[in-house]
Write a protein that binds this ligand. Structure first.
Ligand SMILES: Cc1cc2nc3c(=O)[nH]c(=O)nc-3n(C[C@H](O)[C@H](O)[C@H](O)COP(=O)(O)O)c2cc1C
Length: 169
């Protein structure tokens, strides 16, 4: 497999970035995510992929609901915080205005373009990320916006390398 070509093709898509947040048993988590996509129109379904290395993945395994925030091109600092730090070491939410939805998921008030989703399935196909398929419960987007794209954040160093694991087998 030509890894350079694979990298060029995936970078060419230049996806909008999202910040996924969730909570389980009183623990909140969230991280910057580039792997995500709509997967059904009616019913509205959305998929996201979480790295097995991430604190957000470990909390997400126990969670039923997630918020999918679409940061704007102005939100680089927020993306940097959620994409380079880990909730296993510090509270990434501190300093941000947060509200909590009825399922307990923390919502970033700085990112009003967002969806609330409920998990349908979790697929581990043996890769370093797991797919979470969801049904969209609500969506809000107050006006047009310029999304923060992969090309805006590709220089950031992720909080975890994809091959990291909290517990070594
Ligand atoms: C450009 C970029 C894209 C990323 N895409 C994803 C992704 O699709 N899924 C994911 O789980 N993590 C992704 N990450 C990594 C996490 O955001 C990062 O490791 C974060 O620090 C994990 O935080 P946590 O341990 O609190 O969950 C990406 C990071 C960057 C910089």
């Amino acid at each position: 497999m030509d890894e350079e070509a694979f990298g060029s093709l995936t970078a060419a898509a230049d996806p909008a970035m999202i910040v996924v947040t969730t909570a389980a048993e009183g623990e909140r988590a969230g991280c910057l995510v580039g792997f995500h996509a709509q997967s059904s129109i009616s019913a509205a379904h959305y998929c996201l992929w979480l790295s097995k290395a991430n604190h957000t993945y470990r909390v997400g395994l126990r969670a039923t609901h997630f918020a999918i925030h679409f940061p704007t091109a102005e939100d680089l600092d927020l993306a940097k915080r959620f994409g380079t730090l880990s909730g296993q070491d510090e509270d990434k939410f501190s300093g941000f205005e947060i509200s909590v939805d009825e399922s307990g998921v923390p919502l970033l008030e700085a990112c009003p373009h967002r969806m609330l989703v409920e998990r349908l399935t979790l697929l581990d196909d043996g890769g370093d990320h797991v797919c979470i398929t969801t049904t969209v419960l609500s969506a809000s987007s107050p006006g047009r916006f310029e999304p923060l794209r992969l090309s805006d954040v590709v220089h950031l160093r992720a909080g975890h390398a994809a091959e990291e694991r909290a517990i070594q087998p």
